[in-house]
Design a protein. Structure first.
Length: 221
């Protein structure tokens, strides 16, 4: 029976015991990689030895030199096969590791979804709306209570009157500031006569004075 048949036969025996887990398969692949890597090192050393033998005999013992080179060729073929096998195993292991990771991620996401479903299964959306409305209402009540507590008791002042008083105070401050800086002359409370009224008053005084002078002159004659 060939080695390949034995390999599949052994695999069937293992399968009868149950399918391996992803972690077990990854572990087996890593063991195989390690074994093949050691075989590579062994073959490389054997190739170096065969090359040394071929150089040693050279033309002195041509037959021995050729036999060494033939062994070197067979060893190199095995080394090439192992390189290809390692690449295949590495690809399979990486794919298995990715599949295992994705499976674990999906499994955990499924657990999380079930947990969320369990949390929400007894939740009534209508009750949530009512609860939020109650919370908002109670917040408004609390704000009204806070405003009532912080409002001074017994003080009912008209804001317009207070503003008017404030303007008067500001006007007084402005006038005091003007006076301290030399200020402007005080304005008489009575209205000053206009320039045309002044002219008429001056003309009337002149006429009266002329009349007085003529009367005095008539008395002297």
């Amino acid at each position: 029976m060939s080695k390949i048949s034995n390999l599949f036969k052994g695999g069937s025996k293992h399968k009868s015991k149950g399918n391996p887990s992803a972690q077990e398969a990854i572990h087996k692949l890593r063991e195989t990689e390690e074994m093949l890597t050691k075989k590579q090192d062994y073959l490389e050393k054997k190739i170096e030895q065969e090359i040394a033998i071929a150089k040693k005999h050279g033309t002195k013992n041509k037959r021995a030199a050729l036999q060494a080179l033939k062994r070197k060729k067979r060893l190199e073929q095995q080394l090439t096969q192992i390189d290809g096998t390692l690449s295949t195993i590495e690809f399979q292991r990486e794919a298995l590791e990715n599949s295992h990771t994705n499976t674990e991620v999906l499994k955990n996401m499924g657990y999380a979804a079930k947990a969320m479903k369990k949390i929400h299964e007894n939740t009534d959306l209508g009750k949530i709306d009512e609860l939020m409305a109650d919370i908002t209402e109670q917040q408004d009540v609390a704000q009204e209570i806070s405003d009532a507590i912080s409002r001074p008791s017994g003080e009912t002042f008209d804001e317009d009157e207070l503003l008017a008083e404030l303007e008067e105070l500001e006007q007084e401050d402005l006038e005091e500031s003007m006076m301290s800086m030399g200020g402007l002359p005080s304005v008489p409370s009575s209205k000053l006569p206009s320039s045309r009224s002044n002219e008429r008053a001056t003309t009337r005084r002149k006429v009266e004075e002329e009349d007085d002078m003529r009367m005095l002159a008539s008395w002297g004659t």
